[in-house]
Structures are given as C-alpha cells and as structure tokens.
Write a protein of this length. Sequence first.
Length: 275
Amino acid sequence: MVMAFLQEEWYPMTDWCFIQPNVMNDIQVRINGVRNGTDRTVGGQLVRNTILSRIPIEEFEALQPYLEFTPLSLATCVQREHEAIQTVIFLNHGIASMLVETYEGKSVEVGVSGREDMLGLLLTTGLQTSPHSLIMQVPGDGFQMDSGLLRRSLVRLPELQKILIRQLGIRWVQFSQSAACNRLHNIKQRLARWLLVTHDRLDSDLVNTTHDFLAKLIGTDRPTVSVALGELERDGIVERKRGSILIVNREGLEDQTCECYGAFRQFNLELGLAR
C-alpha cells in the first residue's frame, strides 16, 4: 500500500515536502469509524503502541491507511548499523535492543524499545542512518510505515512530532545511564536491570530469550550470564526455563539491581508504561 502510494505523482507543499493532493486531504482529517479513540485498530489488529494510542484521533486516522502490521520474530534485525532507515515501526508487542557493535564482533546493549516507542526515531532529527543496530530481543509485532512518507507527513501531525521529539530526549538520558551502568556495575546488577526494564514493557512475567542472546545484550559471555541467573534462581527471584526466564519475585529483583533502574523507571509514566 505504501509503495503504491509513493509511486504516484507528487506536488510541492513546501520547499521540502511533497504530498499528493488527495492524500493531503486524508492527512488533514480522515474518518475511519474509530472516533471514540478507545480501541484503535490497524488491519484488524488492536493498537497497543502508546504513541499511536496517545496522538489525537485525527492524526491517527491520517496514519492508519499507511501502517502495515508486521510480525517480528526473535533475533530479527530491524535496522542495521550505518544503513539507511527505509521504514519505521511502531512496536506493538515485544522488545527491540539497540546494540553498538565492534569490528571484532563484540556488542553491548545501549537502549531498549517496546510498545512505547517507534523504531527509526532518529528520522525526526533529519538523520537518514542509524548509529546502532536494532535487534528483536523479545519476539512481537508492530506497525510498519515508509520512512519517507512519515517524514513528509510530520508537518501535518504536530502532536506526533512533539511526542517523537520528547522520546528522543528520554532516549538520550537512557543512553547516558546505560553507558554508566555498563562501565560501573557488575553482571548481576546489570542483568537484574535488564530484566526489570524488559518486564516493564511486557504483559507477562515470562521473558522469552536465551542465555546466548542475553550475553550479547549485556556485553559478556554465556557462562557468566548462566552463573548470574543461577544465583537469582537460588534466591527464588527467577526460574530458568527452556528459551525463557520467568520472573517470580519482582521486588526481590529490584533489590538486586543498581540505581540505574530507578533512572529508567522514572520515565515509565511519561512513556505510557503502567507497571
């Protein structure tokens, strides 16, 4: 749908924005029978992304026809480091990790995105490429949209633009805190912080991930992750299952983490995360 739309003829709206006349009318106001603003849907799929849920109904209706539901499996690479951002994804379920990778193949997680976020956020700054890779650490789904179309449309979507800029500010704080945590705190503290941040973005106590993938995210090796998880399990905080980790004592997990988690959690309400 989006590609067909982009192949049609454009006319200039401003010196940088080109939008077809009939589509411009859609972007101003589009009526799709969801005026109550409660159960918003795209292609029959319920919208749980907090950005799409929070914008005015007129702005949501303008985007709705150009959003495509996309399943996202574990370890899917949504965006590769230094490659052009072709699409954006409003995550609906699951978690994506922002990874910084070295030439030697080592990596560390510097941030996470869940249903509170849009993958491809840097487009709002005018940047066309991403400085990090985006990998699905917990499988899920989202609503995909052509990045060029979104960029051109933002001039007519002021509330969405404001939310995305605020998201960038929050992400900057999270990047800074992640850098400090990865440098100053031990593996067990970092693992507890990772599990809590992930738990905040899920509707379940079960986190689907593997020890190998966790090691990649935290910036260590598999045996070290296994030892740290074993200690948490002996304390009755988590249970290890095949391909997943069950959080059975969240308060105990909070006791095991560092102060960095508090810096992340203070933005939960702002991001629309209820936990």
